[in-house]
Design a protein around this ligand. Structure first.
Ligand SMILES: Cc1ncc(COP(=O)(O)O)c(C=O)c1O
Length: 399
């Protein structure tokens, strides 16, 4: 008996694929700094659990497929903080940003149709897009150029008759690139000219550093009909396990198509939506303090990683990831060494090989992505372990 070719040709997530070696290292008594996954150690604001504790209905019933009203209303008010104005019909609650993306690709792409995306990109887009037999077409960017991709010639050279959408992840995972509003306008002009959708993944919206503005495609009214936003509580509120996200668009056909898909899966968890409503009602000052915390983590990580001889990396402008070229040929092999052979005082570190973040074969083999999700002192120690690991690994290889 066969399984489908679709699933057969998919990858396991490079972010999670090495977990078993991490667990084994821990079982052998090592401490593993987990910089492989965007799972912050920041406390989830207590209002999430308080709201759930105050839930007073006797039955935990199905919610509406589009989401519970109090969450939709809280999101509408949150978006107003940035002068973006939506109604309940423009928002559909999903199981995290991940399900939002799966629904969007399903609703937009016919088999063989293409979506442009700057590479390196968040690796799970491969899974979201391959599920519907769509094709991601990479716009290759480089650290030396600050991972810039909002360029007319670069984008237009990749457009074919099959192109249906431009995916934008800003602030970006894994590069930290933050699009300015002018860059968003340029992408918008190209989308209008070629009649394309804009899928804008803004799950890191507030994590923009060094005075960069919070930007959103939702701020550009003239694009309203072709823009679909992806939102999530996972990163913004350090509530990854809540699994609450959203599709947001003023395009009625798209929202109605997505509602059909959402009705098929009934609803998202009712209690988590109640908790998430309280998160979206947090004061704006919450975002400022979260930004400050991640900026300190970014500074610690960048300072230490960029000191490692032979490393090439850029200071990320947003989100909480850093991609770096390492002085090793095969980062995946180096990671296995770190997890199975190396330790310094009983400690080692886990990161993600970056090749899975590229669609172009061969790229990223000597790059890693780290998530700066731990407090600054741990980020510094994590970077030190990478430095010591590179020395030990290259010595083992006789380099
Ligand atoms: C760019 C981006 N989009 C979407 C997601 C999905 O997150 P979630 O499903 O937890 O909302 C992630 C998670 O790391 C991400 O980095």
């Amino acid at each position: 008996m066969d399984i489908s070719n679709r699933v057969g040709s998919m990858q396991f997530s490079p972010i999670r694929r090495f977990n078993k070696y991490g667990f084994e290292a821990e079982a052998n008594g090592k401490t593993v700094y987990r910089l492989n996954i965007g799972q912050p150690d920041v406390e989830t604001p207590p209002c999430f659990k308080e709201a759930i504790n105050n839930f007073d209905k006797k039955v935990i019933a199905y919610a509406e497929s589009g989401g519970v009203t109090e969450l939709l209303d809280a999101m509408i008010d949150y978006m107003k903080l940035y002068d973006m104005h939506y109604t309940r019909d423009d928002i559909l609650i999903t199981n995290g940003g991940s399900e939002a993306l799966t629904l969007i690709f399903t609703a937009l792409l016919n088999p063989g149709e293409e979506a442009l995306i700057a590479e390196p990109f968040y690796t799970n887009y491969n899974t979201f897009c391959n599920q519907v037999n769509g094709k991601l077409v990479p716009l290759t960017t480089k650290a030396e150029d600050g991972y810039a991709w909002a360029k007319k010639d670069l984008i237009e050279a990749a457009i074919t008759p099959q192109t249906k959408a431009i995916c934008c992840i800003s602030p970006g995972n894994p590069t930290g690139r933050v699009l300015t509003l002018d860059e968003m306008k340029l992408v918008g002009e190209i989308a209008k000219e070629h009649d394309l959708w804009i899928i804008s993944d803004e799950v890191y919206r507030e994590f923009a550093y060094d005075g960069r503005e919070v930007t959103s495609f939702g701020m550009l009214e003239d694009l309203a009909d072709r823009v679909v936003l992806v939102d999530s509580v996972s990163k913004r509120y350090s509530a990854c396990g809540a699994r609450v996200g959203a599709v947001i668009s003023k395009n009625k056909d798209l929202m109605s198509g997505i509602l059909k898909l959402a009705q098929g899966r009934l609803c998202c968890p009712t209690l988590e939506q109640v908790g998430a409503a309280a998160l979206y009602r947090l004061d704006k000052s919450y975002y400022d303090s979260a930004r400050e915390e991640y900026c300190a983590r970014r500074d610690a990580a960048y300072e230490e990683i960029s000191k490692i001889p032979g490393v090439v990396c850029q200071k990320p402008g947003g989100a909480f990831y850093l991609t770096a070229k390492l002085p090793v040929e095969d980062v995946e092999d180096f990671l296995m060494f770190m997890l199975t052979e190396f330790d310094d005082n009983g400690e080692t570190v886990m990161f993600t090989p970056a090749s899975g973040f590229y669609a172009t074969p061969g790229l990223g083999k000597d790059e890693m992505r780290i998530a700066y999700v731990l407090e600054p002192a741990k980020m510094r120690r994590g970077a030190e372990l990478i430095k010591l690991g590179i020395e030990a690994y290259n010595k083992k290889l006789g380099k």
